[in-house]
Design a protein around this ligand. Sequence first.
Ligand code: A3P
Length: 310
Amino acid sequence: MSGSEEQNKANQEKFHEEMKKTVEKAKNMTPEELKMKYKGIVYPSLLCSEATFKALELFEAREDDVLIITYPKCGTNWSIQILHQMLFELHNKEPTIAHAMLEFGKPEKYEDLKQKPSPRLIASHISYENTPKSFFEKKTKILVILRNPKDAAVSYYHFTNNNPVLPTYSSWDLFFKDFISGDVMYGSYFDYMLGWEKQIDDGNILILTFEDMKADLCVEMRKICDFYGINLTDEQLQKVEEKSTFKSMKEKSSDTHGNLANAFFRKGEIGDWKSLFTEEQSKEVDANFEKYLAGTRIGEKINYSKYCTF
Ligand code: A3P
């Protein structure tokens, strides 16, 4: 194993250890205690803190950072895996991976990241408004992965109920109410999307969707390669693809995600929302989509009528 591989593995193990302790703590906490608020948005209190958010504002981005942005449950781990494998193939060594989300953990992690070699692979669920300004100043290339709101909501419901660090809901209907009102971690799906719409004019952003990745991962991977200037042969891309299927990621998930493996790798399908949504709930999301995202470029990319019609 190379030095950087060992380092990534050690970081991963440390992260699992920390997660185990965090899960233990969570067992004695009420759903309200599991939430914290920063600038009006709800976050997981065991993973985020005001001190870290403050330190994050001063985060020093680099032009060659690879920044992945997702609303929760929209394909974060999938896209991290793809970029990880691409950078590995390109440089023939492990890239620096900022474990877990950029906004998780202690403020000192940013000091640690300062010492790490480029390219740094960084993922975050942060809103456009709370993204450190230096990413925009440095013109860091940002990959945003979208997923239709109905599948994102259903995935989120199962995740929150299978992850002890997040509040448990006694029913889908109760979760749905909070999803619509934005009283879930990272706030309203619709506000989040509207935020990233603002970045489109500035460039340095590639927006892909979970659904297009499911339809033809190779085509979407080529877009990522073009965007980041990652030159890979067909064989290399094929290797990346093989390691990024749902099946292969799920098989490795107890190594990569420990006790939370099943929570993170559930079904990996399009359209599972039909298993939980009532007609009325479906119409409520339709109305919100119409109100916030119809006519926007982000809205168009989501391809709502194709993926969100009963
Ligand atoms: P489901 O709950 O619908 O199965 P995130 O990584 O942002 O938390 O998103 C998790 C969702 O992405 C889960 O959706 C998970 O199963 C799905 N997912 C993870 N890896 C995937 C892959 N390689 N292919 C397709 N879906 C994947």
